[in-house]
Design a protein around this ligand. Structure first.
Ligand code: C2E
Ligand code: CA
Ligand code: CA
Ligand code: CA
Length: 280
């Protein structure tokens, strides 16, 4: 009776209801998608400035739905976080990315990327067995721990729970930790004192409009100084133009990622493309 009583005070909101229904449908379809192989991984180069050689790759998941077509991870990752499917999907992502990395090493030798980065969400970090999964994937694929970068966001780590300890444990395995979307959170700098960080991924919002005189360049400069001062590796995200790449190089950035250097694809080209090089 109590439950019924409180229900009467809840106002009907069709928009919310639609969203909940859509999330539930997506959840069921994701479960099926996982079982029938609808997910695949793509890889985007992270290159050295100025010459544009691929040093690392970031792995990004794709979902090709039989009727919906391409579904963006920005839409289905949050749903998978909610319903917990991210745990199974995330494990598949990690195994697939690491296995691919080892194949490239065999096929391309010295031209293969040095490291691969894998995005990991809050729910995964808070899953008790996650560190064991990471260790197991490394062992089974024979991949050196130092070749793996785990990308975490501030929200994932500050969401409470055991995420901070999980990041420390993963780092203790020898895996690199990258702080994703750096500079966009509430206390990005504070987080550098809480978890072990090796790579700062400077968010696209600081790279946009970089070539117009103004605040963006000031912030991008401050961020590279923090990174260098702490002995970290900075990666500028979302570089779309040669002008941005040149400006980042001028500001002291040594690594960049973005459509200018390559979109996420199933098989990136690891041979050096001279046309992408930043003029110096
Ligand atoms: P993110 O980790 O910040 O990934 C970078 C996103 O920016 C990717 O979008 C990438 O395709 C896009 N991007 C790269 N360069 C450029 C550029 O020059 N311009 C523009 N406009 N965009 C660029 P994507 O693949 O759609 O992924 C969106 C988000 O979904 C990711 O943001 C990440 O938060 C999440 N995500 C993607 N794959 C995974 C995954 O395997 N696991 C988890 N947990 N999350 C993932
Ligand atoms: Ca990322
Ligand atoms: Ca990012
Ligand atoms: Ca992002």
């Amino acid at each position: 009776a109590k439950e019924g009583g409180s229900r009467q005070h809840r106002r009907y909101c069709p928009e919310l209801d639609d969203r909940a229904g859509e999330a539930a449908r997506l959840g069921v379809e994701m479960r099926m998608g996982l079982d029938t192989g609808q997910f695949r991984m793509v890889y985007q180069p992270i290159v050295a400035l100025p010459e544009g050689r691929t040093l690392y790759v970031e792995s990004l998941v794709r979902w090709q739905h039989p009727e919906r077509g391409f579904v963006s991870p920005a839409d289905f990752i949050p749903v998978a976080e909610q319903n917990g499917l991210i745990v199974e999907l995330g494990e598949w992502i990690l195994r697939t990315a690491c296995a691919q990395f080892m194949r490239w090493r065999e096929e391309h030798g010295a031209n293969a990327p040095e490291r691969i980065s894998v995005n990991v969400s809050a729910r995964q970090l808070n899953e008790p067995g996650f560190v064991t999964v990471v260790a197991d994937v490394l062992e089974r694929t024979g991949m050196p721990a130092s070749s793996l970068i785990v990308e975490v966001t501030e929200t994932a780590v500050f969401g409470g729970g055991t995420a901070v300890q999980a990041v420390k444990d993963i780092h203790a395995l020898g895996v690199r930790i990258a702080l994703d979307d750096f500079g966009t959170g509430h206390s990005s700098l504070g987080l550098l004192q809480t978890i072990p960080v090796d790579v700062l991924k400077v968010d696209k919002s600081f790279v946009d409009n970089l070539t117009m005189a103004g605040r963006h360049a000031v912030i991008a400069t401050a961020l590279i100084q923090v990174s260098n001062g702490l002995g970290l590796t900075a990666v500028a995200e979302g570089v779309e133009t040669a002008e941005q790449a040149a400006e980042l190089h001028r500001l002291g950035y040594q690594l960049a990622q973005g459509y200018h250097f390559g979109r996420p694809v199933a098989e990136p080209d690891f041979t050096l493309t001279e046309d992408q090089a930043v003029p110096v």
